[in-house]
Design a protein around this ligand. Structure first.
Ligand code: DGL
Length: 266
């Protein structure tokens, strides 16, 4: 048994969708989350900047003594997973991409769409990893850079978001005729309703959820599951936007948690 918290982080509130999945699968686990709301979005930034921001956050989370860190961000996973693992070789650090790729391949998908930030699409990590596991698979990738800022601004359940999704997706879906779509950004489960309504025949794969199954396996195998912890979940943000607070209230209503502003120095 290990009652230390699991550290999560993202550029903003997208990674909260992964914590939501953790609560469903492992309700005994406690969380310490950092959302870099002051510097979101990461998806339009350079790999060096992404690595620098991610390192600052992981250093901060490590100072809180987590038993594991989940990079609840595809953009950071694409560009910083290896350097973060090198920096903390003793700590289990999980990215969101490999578990999602494994699930898609295990399900036997042949034609797969991937939507993500510009930085994730430019890295081609999904394309390369899918083809490394399943050489015959066809992968179609698309960056949707306007989605994250709209989510961060609280436009998730609006007509503007629906039109944005349609703007990106209509030709992409028509031209490539894939049956499966990877939500390659942890903000995107929040637009799943729009996608399901517009493209009901496409099966969605949620990177925020797949990583939690891996976390469960690792914790079980190493006898590190939490039990009866009296810690409180903590959600830190570099800018306490109204929307960050509203989202934690919405996703975690009924659980015991605290939200706090924490600035990280450059
Ligand atoms: N939610 C993140 C991801 O999974 C980051 C999005 C962004 O900041 O652009 O890629």
């Amino acid at each position: 048994m290990d009652n230390r918290p699991i550290g999560f982080f993202d550029s903003g509130l997208g990674g909260l969708t992964s914590v939501y999945e953790l609560h469903k699968l492992l309700p005994e686990e406690k969380v310490i989350y950092y959302g870099d709301t002051a510097r979101t979005p990461y998806g339009s930034k350079s790999p060096d900047t992404i690595r620098r921001f991610a390192t600052q956050i992981v250093d901060y989370l490590v100072s809180k003594n987590p038993k594991m860190i989940i990079i609840a961000c595809n953009t950071v996973t694409s560009w910083a997973l290896d350097s973060l693992r090198e920096r903390y070789p003793e700590l289990p650090i999980l990215g969101v991409i490999r578990p999602t790729v494994r699930k898609v391949v295990n399900d036997g998908c042949k034609r797969v769409g991937v939507i993500a930030t510009k930085a994730t699409i430019n890295s081609d990590v999904y394309g390369k990893s899918l083809k490394a596991m399943e050489p015959g698979i066809e992968v179609y990738s698309l960056a949707c850079p306007a989605v994250v800022p709209l989510v961060e601004e609280g436009f998730t359940d609006t007509k503007i978001m629906e039109l944005t999704v349609k703007h990106y997706m209509d030709d992409f879906v028509k031209e490539n005729k894939f049956e499966n779509l990877i939500l390659g950004c942890t903000h995107y489960p929040l637009i799943a309703e729009h996608l399901n309504k517009l493209y009901p025949d496409i099966r969605l794969y949620n990177s925020s959820a797949e990583v939690i199954k891996d976390a469960k396996d690792i914790l079980e195998r190493n006898d590190m599951l939490a039990c009866g912890s009296d810690l409180t979940d903590r959600y830190y943000a570099s800018d306490l936007s109204e929307n960050f607070i509203a989202m934690t209230d919405y996703l975690f209503a009924g659980t015991d948690f605290r939200v706090k502003f924490v600035k990280l120095e450059d």
